[in-house]
Design a protein around this ligand. Structure first.
Ligand code: ATP
Ligand code: MG
Length: 566
């Protein structure tokens, strides 16, 4: 058992209380949980909540957590998804040890158990068409009607089920159903389908099978085979729980797991549904599953969100039984906390404006010591070259500043971080009146950014020596949707996609040391935000993604608490 603990303090919740109670009362000997993704898409941050919960509980109670692929539907499942899910769970910081499992590993056992149910008169082969099955199912207010095939003899059912298995019938010709109660108030108990015919290659079992078990006939039994004690899932499975229990009670399973449900995670400004994410990718609304605007773990990773920030967020969100929507600012807050603590500081200029320090000797290069992280003195300092010709951010100068603008302006002195105080003495313009250069003077007595006479400029700017930069492309991201609740009020959520959610800045300038930042590491461009190299980045053609701006709006929103779903 090698799962890793999360860094945020764990709060107790109703699930942890249940587990603690079960251990205390001796109802279970140890705790075994599982994370059961269907490999039909990439994991999103909602799944991260479930992963942190299942692996977290196992770790806290000295148990173990399995990774089990719920691969019962070969029409939608692919090896690419299996690989990405394993990589994402590992990246998030969890390890299933030797407990990598697949529902498909149990196909033979599940088939035998289906035969057991037929033999005890609790399952039958049904020939109704999909359409007829729907008509017989009834509604929430009306009971269903028995299929005319419900009273087939056990021998006939055994024969037909075997012939289904060997491939005698086409897709959809017959199904195997549990014989429970067509009048049940719970529609899940109205003779649910256990097996359907699908002549389809399976990513793992190949063409060994042409009948596949449904989720409901696979999940609980897989839990029982693996000795899962607490089978934790989201609320939409609550109505399936009686069926989960029915199969376990009617089959000779080796253990007796229990299912518990919690509320799924929803986040403002995005959508956590694989079906929608699949469409976003498939229809080209984004560049792929790992597009930095996607709420997938691969997207968030590419965007520069550290795994620890996501784990902290999951801990902050907690576990409840009521559906709610969490503000995306809370996720960003958790991520900023980690980045503020860890991210190395660097200088980069998104929109460069040239500055010439007139009283600074030509050809002189001074190595200034700049702190790598003011939050962490152990991170040390780095050398940043200072010369007569510099770049500053165009936004940091105004020729005719309004009252509240404290940065550089004609006649005004500002601090260049870790370097000198400079004063703007002149503005150079092109024939069209655009500012192309500033002339400044510096005060040699302020080396390192402090004045011996206690002068304190109101602004501190970042800068780069013009002879010491690398060019870079910087990609800025906003929310993928224009609404905090995409598709609310009857809108089509695909009409809510924001075409301006991605913007590219070319001809940015960065410190030369930024060429060495590996993909997967996020740095702070001082005063601008957090940025990380994109996987498209190459030597000589650096590309950075903006992870987040520096401004944290969560504190303000926190007072209001979480939003309710509209
Ligand atoms: P989606 O609804 O996005 O298609 P899913 O529930 O079909 O997701 P699965 O692969 O079946 O995806 O999910 C694996 C596990 O993750 C399940 O136990 C499911 O309950 C949980 N899970 C899925 N979405 C969320 C979410 N938004 N919040 C918390 N847990 C989730
Ligand atoms: Mg599902």
């Amino acid at each position: 058992m090698t799962t890793q603990t999360t860094s945020a303090p764990e709060h107790s919740d109703f699930l942890r209380d249940i587990v603690a109670d079960d251990l205390c009362e001796g109802r279970v000997d140890g705790v075994v949980t599982r994370f059961p993704p269907e490999p039909n898409g990439y994991l999103h941050i909602g799944h991260a909540k479930s992963i942190c919960l299942n692996f977290g509980i196992a770790t806290e109670f000295g148990g173990r957590c399995h990774l089990r692929f719920d691969d019962t539907n070969p029409t939608k499942e692919e090896q690419e998804y299996i690989d990405s899910i394993e990589a994402d769970v590992r990246w998030l910081g969890f390890d299933w040890g030797e407990h990598l499992h697949f529902a498909s590993d149990y196909f033979e056992q599940l088939f035998e158990w289906a035969v057991d149910l037929i033999k005890s008169g609790k399952a039958y082969v049904d020939d109704l068409s999909a359409e007829e099955t729907r008509e017989h199912r009834g509604t929430l207010t009306e009971p269903g009607r028995d299929s005319p095939w419900r009273e087939r003899s056990i021998d006939e059912n055994l024969d037909l089920f075997e012939r289904m298995r060997v491939g005698e019938f086409p897709d959809g010709a017959r199904v195997l159903r549990a014989k429970i109660d067509m009048a049940s108030s719970n529609i899940n108990l109205r003779d649910p389908v256990m097996y359907r015919i699908l002549h389809r290659e399976h990513p793992r079992t190949g063409d060994a099978w042409c009948v596949y078990p449904n989720y409901d006939f696979a999940h609980g039994q897989s839990d029982a085979i693996e000795g899962i004690t607490h089978s934790i899932c989201t609320l939409e499975f609550q109505d399936h729980r009686p069926l989960y229990d029915w199969f376990l009670e009617n089959l000779p399973v080796p253990s007796r797991p229990r299912q518990y449900e919690f509320a799924r995670l929803n986040i403002t400004w995005t959508v956590l549904s694989k079906r929608v994410l699949l469409r976003l990718v498939g229809e080209g609304h984004v560049h792929g599953w790992d597009d930095p605007r996607m709420p997938t773990l691969s997207g968030l990773r590419r965007r520069g969100f550290p795994a620890e920030g996501i784990r902290d967020f999951a801990a902050m969100v907690g576990v409840a039984r009521a559906d709610s929507t969490v503000e995306v600012e809370m996720l960003e807050h958790a991520v900023r906390n980690v980045l503020n603590r860890d991210a190395p500081r660097r200088f980069a200029i998104l929109d460069p404006l040239k500055v010439v320090i007139e009283n600074y000797p030509e050809g002189r290069i001074e190595e200034m010591d700049a702190p790598n992280n003011p939050e962490d003195p152990r991170a040390g300092t780095r050398k940043v070259p200072f010369t007569r010709e510099l770049w500053i951010e165009r936004d940091d100068f105004m020729e005719d500043p309004p009252k509240k603008f404290f940065r550089l302006a004609p006649g005004r002195e500002v601090r260049l971080r870790s370097a000198y105080f400079v004063t703007c003495t002149d503005v150079v313009k092109d024939p069209d009146g655009n500012i192309v250069e500033l002339r400044c003077t510096y005060d040699p007595a302020t080396r390192g950014g402090d004045s011996p006479d206690g002068r304190r400029p109101k602004a501190t700017l970042h800068w780069l020596s013009s002879a010491h930069t690398l060019p870079a492309e910087v990609r800025l991201y906003g929310h993928l949707f224009v609404s905090a609740f995409p598709g609310a009020d009857g809108r089509d959520m695909f009409d809510d996609i924001d075409p301006a959610s991605e913007a590219v800045l070319r001809e940015c300038l960065v410190e030369p040391s930024l060429a060495d930042v590996p993909v997967g590491e996020t740095v702070q461009f001082e005063r601008l935000g957090y940025f990380c190299p994109d996987s498209d980045s190459k030597p000589g053609a650096l590309v950075f993604n903006r992870t987040l701006t520096l401004k944290d709006t969560w504190a303000k929103l926190q007072a209001r608490g979480r939003l309710d779903t509209p």
